[in-house]
Design a protein around this ligand. Sequence first.
Ligand SMILES: NC(=O)c1ccc[n+]([C@@H]2O[C@H](COP(=O)([O-])OP(=O)(O)OC[C@H]3O[C@@H](n4cnc5c(N)ncnc54)[C@H](O)[C@@H]3O)[C@@H](O)[C@H]2O)c1
Length: 316
Amino acid sequence: MNTRRALVTGGAGFLGSHLCDALLADGYYVVAADNLITGSLENIAHLRNDSRFEFVEQDVCQPADWGALAYVFHFASPASPVDYAKHGIATLRVGSYGTFEALEAARRSGAKFMMASTSECYGDPLIHPQLETYWGNVNPIGPRSVYDEAKRFSEAVTAAYHRYHKVDTRILRIFNTYGPRMQIQDGRVIPTFMWQALRGEDLTVYGDGSQTRSFCYVSDEIDGILRLSRSDEHTPVNIGNPIEFTILECAQKVIAVTGSRSQIKYEPLPQDDPKQRRPDISKAKRLLGWDPHVDLETGLKLSLDYFRKAMLEKTA
Ligand SMILES: NC(=O)c1ccc[n+]([C@@H]2O[C@H](COP(=O)([O-])OP(=O)(O)OC[C@H]3O[C@@H](n4cnc5c(N)ncnc54)[C@H](O)[C@@H]3O)[C@@H](O)[C@H]2O)c1
């Protein structure tokens, strides 16, 4: 086994590319596999000349020989509501066939494995905050089910490979994470508000804006991912920021940070939109000694230059 070589599926995506950076900094050789369905080569352009980095354009639902690996990080999947609505079948495929292939790659190499799961596994939760032991409240055939059920299935396959094949697996439940390299028009809350505020358009708030979300800055998320990757925990672990904001408060913060004159406009709530989402991170604190440090205002300020540039590029 090559102790220094990691495969990152979805490595040209927002989180995958930050993970590649962190693994390279940690001394790994990194292979990023991505079919660019929602990712971008721009996210990894700065790694082009790094001899310890390799990019392979590949649909990870297809079998492939990756050579000897020490770690497989399975991050490939459309992730934003706009993307998985557009690519519903591809989302189900990568969460099923893609997860099997990634687990097989780990099994063949005797590599460790991590699957990027999501708070969407909890659906529209009936308990707050969400503990890992909560099984969720998911509509199996609703518009979000292509993503939610793909991730729940992915978790099931990962747990089964651990149980039956003794693969050394980890399941990471990511809660809303934001920061540079997100697509500015992917329909997620912060890029959408940034886009609207930076263009001086009114910010769209669904319902009365009292639904809550918690937002984790990307550097905190990556720190949690690395800590989990080094742990021996096989059951799911929430990694997200537990500080809860209403969507309205979030819109107001974006307006303040961007110095925009935009106002708020209200539209009807979409189907199955969760009313409340907040991770219980006591498990991550206890097992990994992990705690997020970047508050929303700081994270928005750290992301501002990126979003301004992305907005200008889109409108050029
Ligand atoms: N960002 C978040 O807040 C968040 C929250 C919960 C879970 N996640 C999970 O984290 C992972 C990364 O999300 P992200 O926000 O970086 O999204 P992203 O869309 O930026 O990245 C996903 C990457 O996967 C690639 N991909 C998709 N299908 C593929 C396939 N079949 N073969 C190869 N590559 C494929 C895409 O091209 C893209 O580069 C996803 O699995 C997502 O479900 C993210």
